[in-house]
Design a protein around this ligand. Structure first.
Ligand SMILES: Cc1cc2nc3c(=O)[nH]c(=O)nc-3n(C[C@H](O)[C@H](O)[C@H](O)COP(=O)(O)OP(=O)(O)OC[C@H]3O[C@@H](n4cnc5c(N)ncnc54)[C@H](O)[C@@H]3O)c2cc1C
Length: 316
């Protein structure tokens, strides 16, 4: 590839934030390319919760993960930016006038790089319980692709954060019974979700409970729980489905090698989303700064800021 072939902007990661970044780049008449590890764009929304409703993106009172990605694609692809799937960026080399992004499909050159790699690979956090994973595909879910799997079922949701609450809400009207347990005293999801779940007749919220083991013949049938203050409970909960929603393991170790400022697994950025390396920006779940919230809406603002900063950097 020659200097003339270098893109103005390369966006690494085709989740919602990278897609909105492609739109912003097109709006600014930048020549942009998007590198995505997986075979299709969409990030966590497409691969982890395509059917779950999202309520907190401006302009959409309720929209599913997949629908939001479809809208983002329509918005981004009105411009001529290129999307290159099945490309994983593995290292970044910075020269004086361009960056060289090393990938499993060769080197991509670019004048500016915006990293929107989210949480990297999607690795749901597993329960550290012996033999539990034998029930995956037999009633145990770490990733929910079809809400209809829960129609008329007795469901246990394990987790006390927003993901667990979102799943409980998404299935509450279709399941026979939803029991959501959390090992702490208080659930940590949004207050409004908690209020809605508390007032739903099919939902029981039980704090101070953890899962000890699952039992069943072909399918999961019983969940043995423990009171986190008083010890194991004798009687199991009768269940048909179990959703484990205790978070994701960050798969961004790759950036340890890139020489960027890191805070834990995230890239530390300034208020213009710059990383400290000239021409390299980060936005979305992969980026951090004081007061950061990992939400789609926040990522949209961040990537718009990053593209504006990139324009100034390029003199565009
Ligand atoms: C169950 C669940 C429910 C949620 N519900 C909501 C909600 O209701 N509202 C809300 O605002 N947020 C919600 N979130 C959080 C939201 O999904 C994230 O904040 C959002 O996906 C972040 O977008 P992103 O584009 O930064 O990263 P991601 O969505 O993680 O996308 C990153 C993309 O980068 C790709 N990638 C990673 N590494 C590389 C690499 N080295 N090279 C090339 N490509 C790479 C990945 O394959 C992926 O496609 C939820 C999350 C979960 C798990």
């Amino acid at each position: 590839m020659t200097m003339a072939d270098a893109a103005d902007v390369t966006i690494i990661g085709g989740g919602p934030v990278g897609l909105f970044g492609m739109y912003c780049a097109g709006l600014n008449c930048l020549d942009a390319q998007l590198l995505e590890s997986l075979d299709r764009v969409g990030g966590q929304l497409e691969h982890l919760y395509p059917e779950k409703p999202i309520y907190d993106v401006g302009g959409f009172p309720k929209i599913s993960g997949r629908e939001l990605i479809e809208q983002l694609k329509r918005q981004a692809f009105q411009y001529s930016g290129r999307v290159v799937p099945n490309v994983t960026a593995s290292s970044l080399e910075t020269g004086s006038l361009r960056h060289r992004i090393h990938t499993n499909q060769g080197i991509f050159e670019s004048r500016v790089v915006i990293i929107t790699a989210g949480i990297g690979e999607f690795i749901p956090r597993r329960m550290n319980i012996p033999a539990i994973d034998q029930f995956e595909g037999r009633g145990l879910y770490y990733v929910v692709n079809q809400l209809s799997d829960f129609d008329g079922q007795r469901v246990l949701v394990v987790g006390g954060g927003d993901s667990a609450a979102d799943w409980a809400m998404a299935i509450a009207d279709r399941a026979q019974q939803v029991t959501m347990i959390h090992r702490r005293d208080a659930f940590q999801c949004h207050k409004d979700s908690l209020r809605k779940l508390q007032s739903h007749s099919a939902v029981a919220l039980v704090p101070n409970r953890s899962l000890l083991r699952l039992e069943g013949d072909q399918q999961v049938q019983r969940a043995y729980l423990q009171d986190t203050k008083e010890g194991p409970l004798a009687d199991p909960l009768t269940v048909d489905r179990v959703i484990i929603a205790i978070g994701l393991v960050a798969g961004t170790a790759i950036f340890q090698e890139w020489g960027l400022p890191l805070e834990g697994h995230e890239i530390r950025v300034a208020s213009d989303m710059s990383t400290g390396r000239p021409g390299v920006y980060a936005a979305g779940d992969v980026a951090t700064y004081p007061g950061k919230v990992k939400l789609i809406a926040a990522g949209f603002g961040e990537v718009a800021t990053a593209v504006e900063a990139a324009c100034k950097f390029l003199g565009a």
